[in-house]
Structures are given as C-alpha cells and as structure tokens.
Design a protein around this ligand. Structure first.
Ligand code: HEM
Length: 231
C-alpha cells in the first residue's frame, strides 16, 4: 500500500483524523495555558511576554507550520468522511434509532467541525493575521517593545462596537469545540485499537475533563473582558 492509498483507505482516514486530532488537542492545551496569563490582571504584561516568546522563537514557529498542516489534514479528511457517511446514511435505516445507536454529538461531528471552522476563520482574522502581518500597537515592557496582543483582545471583546456579536461567535465556537472534543478524544483512542471497556470508560472521562477545563478556560476569556473583570 503506498501513501495515496493509505490516505484514501478508510483505516488511513480514521488514523490521520485521530493523529491530527490529538496533535490539535495538545495545541489547545498550550494555547489555553498561554492565554490564561491574561488573568494575572497585570494589564497584559505576562500575556504579551508569553505571546512574544511563541512568536519570536524558531521552535514554536516551526511547530506553528506543523499546526496549520495538521489543521488542514484534519479539516479535509473530516469533510471527506462526513460526505461519505452522509451518502451511506442516505441508504440507511427506515426507523431513526437516535441516541440508542450513538450520542447526538457523535453523529454531529461534521456540523460541529464546520462551526469550529467558521469560528477559526473569524478568530485568525481577529488575532493571528494582525499579529504576524502587522496591525498591532506596541507596548514597552522592561524597556523593550512588545506587540500589544492584550490590548487587541481588550478592544475586540470589551470596546469594539460589534463586541456582543464577536463574543457570541466565540462562545458558540467554543461550545461546538466542547462537544467535538467529548466525542473526538475517546474516538481517537478507539481508532488506535483500545477496546477494553474499563480503558474506554477512563478515556471517555479524560475526554470530558479535558473538554470542561480547556473549553471552560476559553469561554471565560471573552466573558472576562466584556464583563469588565480585566483592566
Ligand atoms: C476563546 C478564547 C480564545 C482566545 C482569547 C484566543 C486568542 C488568540 C490569540 C491572541 C492568538 C494570537 C497569538 C499570537 O499571534 O501570538 C491566537 C492564535 C490562534 N488561535 Fe486562539 N484563542 C482562543 C481560542 C481558540 C480556539 C478554541 C482555537 C481552536 C479551535 C484557537 C486557535 C488558534 C490558532 C490556530 C491560532 C494561530 C496559531 C498560533 O498563533 O500559533 N484559538 N488565539
């Protein structure tokens, strides 16, 4: 079997979804941890320094290229799987079996993924593009100039005239991400061949805990700004 056969076989598609998905899970943990520096409530000093480290060093920049490649693989394979599943379901059951067959969020992975994709496009336009291609103000910290990403967040979530729309998009995006993770994390391990009931139960619990902690942190970021909890 060569690479193109691997990527188009059903096992290959499931495996690339699982591997790229787990890489993205690791990214989300780092991203949420780094962003949590906003709660130091020091007008963004710690957060701007941490974001600067990620943007200015070679290793995070190389990982960033990997990140976009994995995002692309995950999105393309996800769309292909969704189209195939829908055409199979079209020939499917006369009676809808609902939650008895699988959970609603397991069946809605394609829709949840699409909502996350829309959120991601808005999100990259909001922060990533100005950060990498210009458009941010600068702030002096310990006598050195830093991109003021914190001020950009504060502007978008707390001052911008369309802030309620932006914050709503973020909340909906993160809710979609939550359910996507609850299914995706345990599903990835099933793809790797974990079938033992005890391990599946444990991995499902880890998936829920991860989704609650990481998405809980993400959702509180725009809310903290719009509620005026951060200076
Ligand atoms: C909801 C709260 C979130 C906030 C406040 C936030 C904030 C930010 C900021 C400020 C950046 C620019 C970082 C820089 O250029 O150094 C960024 C980049 C990025 N964010 Fe988020 N983010 C959030 C959630 C998410 C979620 C849920 C995802 C994925 C589904 C995500 C994916 C990304 C990606 C792919 C980048 C660009 C990659 C990078 O900078 O390395 N973010 N985010």
């Amino acid at each position: 079997m060569n690479w193109s056969h691997f990527f188009t076989s059903s096992v290959g598609k499931k495996l690339t979804m699982a591997l790229s998905g787990l890489f993205l899970v690791a990214f989300l943990l780092v991203h949420a941890g780094l962003n949590a520096c906003i709660w130091a409530n020091d007008e963004g000093v710690m957060f701007n320094k941490a974001a600067h480290f990620m943007g200015a060093n070679a290793v995070p920049r190389i990982l960033e290229i990997g990140l976009f490649v994995f995002f692309l693989i995950h999105i393309i394979q996800g769309l292909v799987l969704e189209v195939q599943n829908r055409s199979k379901r079209g020939m499917g059951y006369a009676v809808k079996i609902g939650n008895r067959g699988s959970k609603w969020y397991s069946r809605a992975m394609g829709i949840l993924g699409s909502i996350i994709l829309i959120f991601l496009v808005v999100h990259l336009i909001d922060f990533f593009i100005p950060s990498r291609f210009g458009g941010l103000t600068e702030v002096m910290i310990d006598g050195k100039p830093y991109h003021n990403l914190y001020a950009e967040m504060k502007y978008k979530f707390a001052e911008y005239e369309y802030r309620y729309i932006i914050v709503t998009i973020y909340i909906l995006g993160v809710i979609a991400l939550f359910w996507h993770l609850v299914h995706g994390i345990q599903s990835a391990f099933r793809t790797f061949g974990v079938t033992n009931h005890k391990y599946i139960a444990m991995l499902t619990g880890i998936g829920w805990a991860f989704a609650i902690i990481v998405c809980g942190a993400f959702i509180m970021m725009p809310i903290s700004f719009i509620a005026g909890w951060l200076s």
